[in-house]
Design a protein around this ligand. Structure first.
Ligand code: ATP
Ligand code: MG
Length: 297
């Protein structure tokens, strides 16, 4: 007899681009990382979110080989960072937190120097420069001195400089810090475009909105510890979909509800005992506030 009721089970195995386990880093008495572990999947944008001094830059510097960890294991595209440092460096592009371009040189000259450091041939460097200037809409700035570029264009140049040697992984340390909202949005589209070309991206940011819009997954990092990892959607769902900000006697309280109806019902129970009230969608910032206040209380 032939059975017809069989079921197919399809299992997607996500390939890991970066694997970090129990990573620790001390600078003398300062413990910057207290044993963090996480994986970044190939092709995703993964955001490390955390306050000043949480350990974000330290993590990126270790991944790009600029700082040695105190202990822990790191695998990049399946290769052990400790054993295959040179190979790993060719697979990673780092965009530092602070602009470190040569301001007196032109856009093209900055890119050529980076290409030469990575031992690319001159013809390869020229080809990549043309391609990347196009991608960043910077073609007409090729001969411009970097000091004449706006903050947003400098950031874009930093990103394409990191991509010059065609790394599979891009590390972005606060890519939009200090930029106005229009320029930030343009950079977000640019980062999404880079992801669409197949690059895995690990970024750090203070901006919750940036992580919510860009990241496939987010990790909250506080004082050298990762406290939670999930998708922005799951984080938000874990609080509820609707937030009520209630102002009573000059203080604001926020409460979360699964639906608008439940939020409205709860509001009626306050019996107009408030000065103002706002009903809004829950955001990643609410999740961040929750984790921060848990840590501070
Ligand atoms: N070279 C260094 N020497 C000594 N301490 C350091 C060094 N670099 C970082 N630290 C310390 O390690 C901790 C983590 O710093 P890190 O720069 O990684 O934080 P961050 O999350 O990137 O912060 P920010 O959001 O301000 O950029 C901080 O306490 C910092 O003072
Ligand atoms: Mg930093």
């Amino acid at each position: 007899m032939v059975r017809k009721d069989f079921t197919f089970i399809i299992i997607y195995v996500k390939e890991i681009a970066i694997s970090i386990s129990n990573l620790k880093k001390s600078y003398g008495k300062v413990i910057a990382l207290k044993g963090i572990s996480f994986d970044v999947y190939k092709g995703e944008i993964f955001a490390l979110l955390g306050p000043n001094g949480a350990g974000k830059t330290t993590t990126l510097r270790i991944l790009s080989g600029l700082t040695k960890p105190t202990s822990g294991e790191i695998f990049i595209l399946g290769e052990n960072l400790k054993e295959r440092e040179l190979f790993v460096k060719t697979q990673i592009g780092l965009v530092p937190q602070h602009v470190n371009l040569d301001l007196e040189l032109t856009v093209e000259e900055n890119l050529i120097i980076h290409g030469l450091l990575f031992k690319l041939s001159y013809s390869e460097i020229k080809r990549r420069i043309t391609e990347l200037l196009e991608l960043a809409s910077l073609t007409d700035r090729r001969k411009t001195r970097v000091k004449e570029l706006s903050g947003g264009l400098k950031r874009r140049l930093l990103i394409i400089r990191a991509l010059l040697h065609s790394p599979k992984i891009l590390l972005l340390d606060e890519p939009t810090a200090g930029l106005d909202p229009h320029i930030r949005r343009k950079l977000w589209s640019f980062i999404k475009q880079i992801q669409a070309q197949g690059t895995t991206i690990l970024l750090t940011t203070h901006y919750m909105e940036e992580a919510e819009i860009l990241a496939n997954r987010v990790a909250f990092i506080f004082a050298g510890n990762i406290v939670a990892i999930d998708t922005p959607t799951n984080f938000i769902k874990s609080l509820g979909q609707v937030a009520l900000d209630i102002f009573i006697n000059g203080e604001m309280f926020t409460r979360y509800y699964p639906t608008r109806e439940e939020a409205e019902r709860a509001l009626s129970e306050f019996n107009k005992n408030y000065t103002a009230v706002t009903l809004r969608k829950v955001s990643l910032e609410d999740v961040f506030m929750k984790y921060t206040s848990e840590r501070l209380s």
